[in-house]
Write a protein that binds this ligand. Structure first.
Ligand code: AMP
Length: 358
């Protein structure tokens, strides 16, 4: 299907004013589009580099209507936006990725069922947990440890706890509030990696190469791409990603997080219907970066080149680490990215640095 791209000067609405929204707005500007940021706060990293801002809560449907009427297309930078907000926005301008993609990723149980039953993607064994008895049955079935997670609003390892034995059922269950939980079989992976991929309005798909991810304190610390591929899993990971994107008739960039097992088996951990922290390396790799790629997809432009000219190591700058940005900028082959967040807080993502390794 041939699509007519949005004309330069058109306005892209972005829900969320954080760093991802900021880098999307900068990419929109590069392609001649305007960005209008919707956020609870008026002064945001994304808002500061955009043409327009709306500050209102996500349940203010009047504000969402007005915002949407000023936009030619709408997207979002994080997935915890209420579905009602997206449905209201969609009445006035097309929203990409669709409400279906957003709603699928809202709930870990819905997401796992979609991945396994609709997209035919490999996932760990899982159980819906509403009672301690459900959890005991899950542990029994797995005959090994499990990871108990809240179904909604979990990120960066928040809202999850490992249950090693029946002794830990009561405390684990209580710690997560004892409702709307999912128990996943613990996957003894050898490596975590992600595939960043885009699907255009015409159904074209472009995947970036394998990105290896290292976490620290449950938060992404470094990403390395293109990653080594001793088990030759790249083709398989790309096929799984294609199936997920097509099953959702997805438009935009998605991050698909995988576990690689010792025998080369792959497991999809989760999907993020947006640009992804593990795709930041694309900004300095000599290919079309993930932010431009997303803007291309949602505006109907053809997708860009996903083949990097360099191998890059991306490191997040968390909290105080942003204070070292001057020193980092002195290093050879090093590109610093500062999100211009006004308060430095423990654990807060403040920027990132990309180093060209080769
Ligand atoms: P998530 O919030 O689902 O992305 O999980 C955060 C991190 O917890 C992952 O990046 C893994 O390191 C770990 N993790 C999550 N689920 C599992 C699992 N089923 N088995 C082993 N480790 C897991």
């Amino acid at each position: 299907m041939k699509t007519t791209p949005l004309k330069p000067g058109s306005t892209i609405g972005i829900f969320g004013g954080g760093q991802l929204g900021r880098m999307l707005a900068q990419a929109a500007d590069k392609l001649g589009y305007k960005a209008h940021i919707f956020d609870v706060f008026a002064d945001t990293p994304a808002g500061r580099v955009s043409e327009a801002r709306t500050a209102a809560p996500y349940d203010d449907l009047n504000a969402i209507r007005e915002f949407s009427q000023s936009c030619n297309v709408i997207t979002y930078e994080f997935e915890n936006i209420p579905a009602a907000a997206i449905h209201e926005a969609n009445l006035h301008a097309p929203v990409f990725p669709s409400a279906k993609a957003l709603e699928t990723s809202h709930d870990r149980l819905v997401e796992k069922i979609f991945l396994s039953d609709v997209a035919n993607a490999p996932v760990v064994d899982f159980f819906k947990v509403e009672t301690m008895e459900n959890l005991a049955n899950a542990l029994d079935d797995f005959s090994g440890p499990c990871v108990l997670k809240t179904r909604r609003f979990g990120y960066d390892g928040k809202g999850q706890v490992k249950i090693n034995s029946p002794k830990e059922i009561r405390s684990g269950f209580a710690r997560l509030g004892g409702a709307d939980l999912i128990a996943e079989k613990f996957a003894p992976f050898v490596r975590e990696f992600s595939i960043i991929a885009a699907r255009g309005q015409d159904g074209d798909i472009a995947c970036y190469p394998l990105t290896e991810n290292i976490h620290k304190d449950h938060r992404l610390h470094t990403s390395y791409a293109p990653a080594d591929d001793p088990q030759n899993i790249s083709g398989k990971a790309h096929n799984i990603t294609n199936r997920i994107l097509n099953a959702l008739e997805y438009v935009g960039v998605m991050g698909v997080e995988f576990f690689e097992m010792e025998n080369g088996e792959l497991i999809v951990n989760e999907i993020a219907p947006r640009v992804h922290n593990s795709g930041h390396w694309t900004q300095d790799a000599g290919c079309c970066d993930q932010f431009e790629q997303h803007i291309r997809a949602v505006t109907g432009l053809p997708l860009g080149n996903t083949k990097p000219n360099h191998t890059i190591l991306m490191t997040n700058l968390i909290g105080d680490e942003i204070k070292h940005i001057d020193d980092l900028a002195k290093q050879p082959n090093t590109f610093v990215h500062n999100y211009d967040k006004r308060d430095i807080r423990l654990g807060r993502k403040m920027g990132h640095v990309n180093v060209i390794v080769s």
